[in-house]
Design a protein around this ligand. Structure first.
Ligand code: 0CN
Ligand code: SF4
Length: 318
């Protein structure tokens, strides 16, 4: 069979970040130490393949703590972070909990708490309903933090005291959209304070940069990731806004729309921070079955960040 030729532009960095890697290790290490089952509140990271793999090893996923029975087995909080009442409830019920919240999300929690202590009114840039936003807002009493989702929200926001404001953000937003909203806030409230380098994490930033480098060279971009993964969905938007005619989020190779790739010569490929590399490999293999693939890796940053496991797991390891 004659295979059409394509160039596959593979973004680097892509896929797992240090926070996801650590969160998955927390579940695996907990299973080793405590045996099955271990409970996990919310998808440990937003990827069904990861969740199903851990389920097979004995993890039980729940959305809220009230689904966890009275048990000596641990409960793990997902990488996205949890509102304050969650560890409090766990303590009240004498549940052993392990916190897999990414340290870069915890950093934002600490910023929020510090601003509050200094008497500042806080604006959080993020997406309503996302677990990270619920976790960050839940660090403080209701009403302490105002959520801003769009430039319109930033223009409409009325503070109690314009001279005493701070902004923070979700870690997995579009770098460009966030910069626009911060600009609007700074213009309206010149005294607003915020994080020096912003709260968007290194992994989100780097994956968007790589997509920006590849997008102008390709007619289609495939993003391996889940529909509920904020950082993955942002990669689709970044591709389409930076010169790629069409970007598609796919959970795995089976979701590739082959008709849409007919006659295309340049395809981009990346993966969200919660998407395992095996799923990227699966996509590359599927493309090789139908096309003669010339692989070109486009590297825009090197990453060497790793995070230590939570103390409880480290101490017991020692
Ligand atoms: O896809 P994720 O599980 O989460 P979001 O991008 O939806 O926040 O990736 C890990 C990121 C974190 C925290
Ligand atoms: Fe942490 Fe960023 Fe990864 Fe989220 S995407 S887990 S904030 S490193």
């Amino acid at each position: 069979m004659h295979k059409p030729k394509i160039t596959l532009h593979l973004c680097a960095p892509r896929g797992f970040c240090a926070g996801v890697d650590r969160a998955i290790q927390v579940v695996e290490e907990a299973l080793r130490r405590y045996g099955a089952p271990v409970y996990v509140r919310h998808e440990i990271v937003h990827n069904r393949f990861v969740v199903d793999t851990l389920k097979e090893k004995g993890a039980i996923f729940v959305e809220e703590l009230d689904e966890v029975p009275a048990t000596d087995q641990p409960v793990i909080f997902s990488a996205h972070g949890v509102p304050k009442h969650v560890p409090e409830t766990a303590e009240g019920r004498n549940l052993l909990y392990l916190d897999a919240t990414c340290p870069l999300v915890s950093k934002v929690h600490k910023e929020a708490i510090l601003h509050e202590r200094r008497g500042r009114e806080i604006v959080l840039i993020g997406h309503a309903g996302h677990p990270e936003v619920e976790g960050t807002m839940g660090q403080l009493p209701a009403g302490a933090i105002t959520l801003i989702e769009t430039p319109e929200d930033a223009r409409a926001f009325t503070p109690r005291d314009a001279g005493n404001l701070a902004w923070i953000s979700q870690t997995t937003l579009s770098v460009d959209d966030t910069a626009e909203m911060v600009e609007i806030l700074k213009e309206r409230f010149p005294q607003i304070t915020g994080p020096q380098k912003g709260d968007i994490c290194y992994a989100t930033t780097n994956r968007q940069e790589a997509v920006k480098a590849v997008a102008p060279k390709v007619e289609r971009m495939l993003v391996v990731g889940a529909p509920n993964s904020s950082n993955s969905r942002r990669l689709v938007e970044v591709a389409e806004r930076n010169g790629c005619a069409k970007a598609t989020l796919i959970r795995r190779a089976a979701e590739i729309d082959w008709d849409d790739l007919a006659g295309i010569s340049d395809i981009g490929l990346t993966a969200g921070a919660s998407a395992p590399e095996v799923l990227v490999e699966e996509v590359v293999e599927a493309l090789r079955e139908r096309f003669e693939v010339k692989l070109e890796v486009v590297t825009t940053a090197e990453e060497d960040i790793t995070f230590l496991l939570p103390r409880t797991l480290r101490e017991q390891a020692a």
